[in-house]
Design a protein around this ligand. Structure first.
Ligand code: FAD
Ligand code: MEZ
Length: 568
């Protein structure tokens, strides 16, 4: 047997897995996955039997109910989805190596035209494209505004980049801030965002972001989210980055809450379903979408309104390098679906774009683990040192500056150095320890030996930094937040280097998330939200502002699309 189908075929033929010999009947592979579970148990049951494994492939941070077929394939080699981001070496039966090729939206033109000519297979009020935070927020709010919703996701697992978000969600004048005695103003969030974005942001969109941010925290909290921990992100002048108590990752939590609420409200969610075209009538009004179902083929859904929540393109290095050649060959922090085909769909439908040349590198990807190490580690007190054992930058400056400073160091990488008090302040750090990317020493000198930097120099650097914390002023690099001394053993280090992280540019929208066409008119029935859009973040996004963006603009997009659908 070469693949799972051969193996199962020996057990009982096609209907061991499929309803009939014709194969899958839906793109979620609902029946096929139920067959896997009926014999092998669900993910929790399988993970319970893997307690001795350091990393259990069946226990993950992914949201929703992960389908067995995300990794285990019937008629091709199985692949571990985790390998798209991590570098685990799972011993998988009938397994192949992870690889992903970008497929343009306009291949198989004949099959596409045939499906369009066949007419709609079904009808709905609102189609949402993308199951990240923007799409799920739009789904919840469109359902709450009375619309029938189909949400389409091209990947086999939902959640996009949102499920990976770590450090926090920025919001000003919130209840959690008040409970912690943090004084903030929406106006300051606007100023920080504009300054971080080098003032090329659309100021009207920035106002919407900041002015709705505390309502968005309340909205999530009312649906069951815990956003009570508040920390600092680069470029913010106040602690305003909200995350679950104890500093757990924000994205998986927010995405799970939105997913649960979208499902509870009866959203029809389809995975393995790529939208390749937004369809319009002769007057330019949206009439629906052309979907490429991975198993069911091309089909048309008729809809009054469409929300593009397709995220960014940081995982598509060819596209990144086209806009910013300096980033050619860089690794990315993103999920595998962040390829930008949603942008192609929007542009094909006539959408205008802006700021595509602004692509952000996140300063701290762990080359050893392939995962991004959250800015919150620095926000909570970690310092950056080079191979000489010296600090070289204000660690919580904006990402463009921190990344550029790291790239100038020997080896074009640096070490995040922190102590046990920082580790205890942020649950997320336990994930990095679990992944084996953290070096540890009982003293700064012992740690220095492990990472190959001069011990006396690292000890001196830490002592000097602790002096700044005591005096409340960093006279070397003007770091504005100095949350704690690094004096509690053990000491830790993670090697880090910049990686492509965020597409600041995207589809042009107005404050109601309506998509603008090249000649400036609004495309009737077309909305967009989240990383797929441009204008909110200008030339450089501040850490924590994307989750704020997707919740606020996703919410608006869902409500506006539902309202439009009702009126048309
Ligand atoms: P996504 O969550 O990426 O979702 C878009 C979805 O659309 C994807 O699932 C994609 O597969 C799907 N899609 C694309 N094209 C199509 C198509 N043609 N048809 C069907 N589906 C399609 N921001 C913060 O503010 N705070 C943080 O702490 C933070 N941490 C981060 C950590 C990491 C590792 C990463 C990668 C990003 C982080 N960000 C953070 C950024 C933030 O997570 C993203 O910008 C944001 O989640 C994007 O949300 P979205 O809904 O717009 O897109
Ligand atoms: O906004 C982000 O991308 C972010 C806060 C990432 C992180 O370092 O956690």
């Amino acid at each position: 047997a070469d693949v799972l189908a051969d193996f199962h075929g020996e057990m009982g033929g096609c209907d061991t897995c499929h309803v009939s010999k014709k194969g899958p009947t839906d793109d979620n592979l609902t029946h096929e996955n139920a067959q896997c579970v009926s014999c092998h148990g669900d993910l929790n049951e399988i993970a319970a039997g893997e307690k001795d494994l350091k990393i259990s492939p069946h226990k993950s941070h992914l949201i929703g109910e992960i389908a067995c077929t995300s990794c285990h394939k019937g008629h091709e080699k199985s692949v571990a989805y985790c390998d798209a981001c991590h570098s685990f070496d799972f011993d998988m039966p009938f397994g192949g190596k992870w690889e992903r090729k970008f497929v343009p939206i306009d291949v198989q033109k004949d099959a596409q035209e045939k499906a369009i000519a066949a007419g709609p297979r079904e009808t709905t009020d609102v189609v949402i494209i993308g199951s990240g935070g923007a799409g799920l927020a739009a789904a919840v709010s469109a359902r709450d505004n009375g619309a029938k919703v189909i949400l389409l996701e091209k990947e086999p697992v939902p959640g996009g980049n949102t499920k990976l978000a770590a450090g926090g969600m920025n919001a000003a004048e919130t209840k959690p801030q008040a409970a912690l005695g943090i004084k903030d103003k929406k106006e300051i969030m606007i100023q920080d965002t504009m300054k971080g974005g080098r003032n090329i942001n659309d100021p009207e969109l920035v106002k919407v972001l900041a002015n709705n941010s505390s309502d968005s925290i309340d909205w999530l909290t009312a649906m069951g989210a815990d956003m009570n921990d508040v920390g600092r992100m680069g470029g913010a002048s106040v602690n305003r980055s909200h995350r679950p108590t104890g500093g757990a990752g924000v994205g998986a939590h927010v995405a799970q809450v939105l997913w649960d609420n979208a499902v509870k409200r009866g959203t029809d969610i389809r995975l393995n379903s790529r939208v390749v075209r937004v369809l319009k009538d002769d007057s330019g009004k949206v009439t629906g979408v052309l979907v490429e179902g991975k198993y069911t083929g091309y089909y048309v859904i008729k809809a009054d309104a469409v929300v593009m929540a397709t995220g960014g393109f940081a995982k598509n290095n060819d596209r990144v390098a086209k806009y910013d050649p300096k980033l050619k060959g860089f690794a990315a922090t993103n999920h595998p679906g962040a390829t930008g085909d949603g942008l192609d769909v929007a542009m094909q439908a006539g959408a205008d774009t802006r700021d595509l040349e602004w692509v952000q590198a996140h300063p701290t990807l762990s080359p050893r683990g392939g995962v991004m190490v959250t800015e919150a580690v620095r926000g909570n007190g970690a310092i950056l040192v080079n191979r000489e054992g010296d600090r070289f930058v204000n660690e919580i400056t904006t990402r463009d500056k921190a990344s550029a400073a790291i790239l100038k160091q020997k080896g074009a990488s640096a070490f995040l150095v922190f102590d046990d008090s920082v580790r205890k302040s942020l649950k997320k750090i336990e994930n990095y320890v679990h992944l084996g990317i953290v070096d540890e020493g009982k003293t700064p000198e012992e740690l220095a030996k492990k990472i190959g930097v001069p011990g006396a120099e690292l000890a001196k650097t830490i002592a000097t930094y602790n002096g700044f914390v005591k005096s409340g002023k960093d006279t070397q690099f003007e770091r504005p937040n100095l949350p704690r001394e690094l004096g509690t053993a053990p000491y830790y280090a993670i090697e880090v280097k910049p990686a492509v992280h965020h597409s600041m540019g995207g589809v042009k929208i107005d404050t109601k998330t309506e998509v603008k066409a090249k000649d400036g008119h609004l495309i009737q029935g077309m909305y967009a939200a989240g990383e797929a859009t441009g204008g909110v973040h200008g030339a450089n996004r501040l850490g924590g502002n994307a989750i704020s963006d997707i919740v606020t603009f996703g919410r608006i997009a869902g409500a506006e699309a539902a309202k439009y659908a009702k009126e048309h």
